[in-house]
Structure formats: C-alpha cells, structure tokens
Design a protein around this ligand. Structure first.
Ligand SMILES: [Ca+2]
Length: 134
C-alpha cells in the first residue's frame, strides 16, 4: 500500500499537468492516456501475468502492487489468479518484482521494463504477489 501511495500522486500530478497544458493551449476534450488495471488488456504502464504460455489465455493486468493474488479475480473470466501464471509481459517503465508467496514471501524474481517471456520453472504457476519499484 505504501508503494501505491507513492505512485498515485505522481500519476495525478502528470494528469494534472497534462490538463493544465491542454487548458493553456485552449484544447477541449483532450484525453490523457491512463492505464485501467484489471480490465483484461495490457495497457501501457501495466505488468501482466497470463494463465497460458506465450502471453495467451487469461490476463491479470496490474498497474499497482498487489500483496496477495488470493484476493484477486481474473478480469473478464473470474476465478482466482493465485499460482496460475505461465507467462508475463512488463509493459511498464518500472521494474516489477514477483514472489511465490503473498506479502513478498517465498522466492523472489524481477522483470525489467519491456520484457515478455514464459515463466521459468521456479515461478511457473507459483506467483502470489507482485510489486513495482520506481
Ligand atoms: Ca489494463
């Protein structure tokens, strides 16, 4: 939760600056690109875990850190995404850290920005929490 508090003000400031810029330029209806997490689509700024190999099947698209996948549901399809990951895509500008247990427990791995891959045997179908670091 601390990470969320850290990140949201930055995102809000960015959005406010964009709106201020739009106002100065006299633009109306200017849209700011914003990631919508847990909508089943990997937007810019999100880290996604997929239930199938090669970024297929169900998508758990995260914008903020998650302490316990046991409390989440797969977007669109429903059901629990805990220990169901087979591949991933970090479409964020931040590095994401994954753990095989909730609350940063178990084994730890990290995914650099832009990386898309299948999970290694160490993490395949075992990830239970995920965090970005700015
Ligand atoms: Ca999304």
């Amino acid at each position: 939760m601390l990470a969320n508090r850290h990140r949201l003000p930055h995102r809000l400031i960015t959005a406010l600056l964009a709106l201020a810029t739009a106002a100065v330029l006299g633009l109306t209806g200017a849209a700011t690109a914003t990631a919508t997490e847990l909508n089943g689509t990997t937007d810019n700024g999100e880290f996604s875990l997929y239930s199938g190999p090669d970024t297929t099947a169900m998508v758990l698209d995260l914008y903020t850190s998650k302490d316990n996948f046991g409390y989440l549901s797969w977007p669109v399809y429903g059901g629990n995404p805990n220990d169901r990951n087979e591949s991933y895509w970090n479409n964020d500008s931040y590095t994401w850290h994954v753990y095989t247990d909730a609350n940063r427990g178990g084994r730890h791995g990290w995914v650099s920005p832009g990386v898309m891959s299948n999970a290694s045997s160490t993490f395949r179908r075992q990830v239970s929490s995920a965090y970005y670091t700015g």
